[in-house]
Design a binder for this molecule. Sequence first.
Ligand code: HEM
Length: 282
Amino acid sequence: MNDRTSTLGDPVTDDALTRPFTGASPYDTYVHASVLNSLQHPLTEAPDEMGFLVTSQVMELWFTLIVHEWRTARVAFAKDDLPAALDGLTRSRRALTALNGAWTPIAALTPAQFNGFRAAFGKASGFQSAMYRHMEFLLGDKSAALLRAHRGDPAVHEALAETYREPSLYDEVLAHLHRQGLPVPRHVLERDMTSPYTADPGVTEAWRQIYAGPQHHPHLALGELLTDIAELVTRWRFDHVLVVRRAMGAKPGSAGSAGLAWLEERAARPVFPELWEVRGDV
Ligand code: HEM
């Protein structure tokens, strides 16, 4: 064998790559891969449980990223820094697309496959995900009852209570539009931020002025980006409904809801309602 073949064919002969680390690798120190990869503890031998567990964990991480981007955008709106706000929303749109792709490993579970591990996790349910609740509160879908459910875990509860009390992402969008001269009504800006956001005809009118205006209106791109986000959130909810219908039909949920019927009702809740209503007015 000549030298040329052996050096070209085997990258691990490169000294710089194979020098032993002192302790954990810089990668592990930064990414904490060994921590992440030590968190999978299936409760059964059922072959489908690992996919279910990892999918849930991966989705939790995407929730974390989406919450981070929406908070970044919210701060930028409060400073009327539209380019930074649009950047944050654009990154969140990509994260939402990845989130929705994460259904694939468990999208076709049969009832028998799901039953193989369902009893083992007892009353656990994604319904108890605090990070998903941060997402909903940031969208404006506040709920005192859903916050109260986390009272038993003080750190989680306090973090969620903060998101509950603060203006939502959408509240900051509307305040920004108002400062830019759009007719967002004062009572919307001064509303109780802990109540769930409901559609307001004055806000629809503000969006109508944007949508009926010139195609290069800077806030038209904002409206469309928010509509993309609303659509991707809604798609996540309906994909969830389909996965549930396939895996367990109309059986009751593990957290105690009616299951499918309850989820269908939740999925139909509009995200950024006036951005859908305005389409009938232009
Ligand atoms: C076979 C897969 C799944 C089934 C059969 C299922 C079933 C259900 C059911 C029946 C509910 C209603 C609440 C209850 O009574 O438990 C629910 C809620 C929920 N699930 Fe899943 N789920 C699945 C996968 C996932 C995954 C992978 C996630 C990601 C973390 C997730 C996140 C959620 C969330 C966030 C809710 C609350 C929705 C809301 O409040 O509107 N689910 N799930």
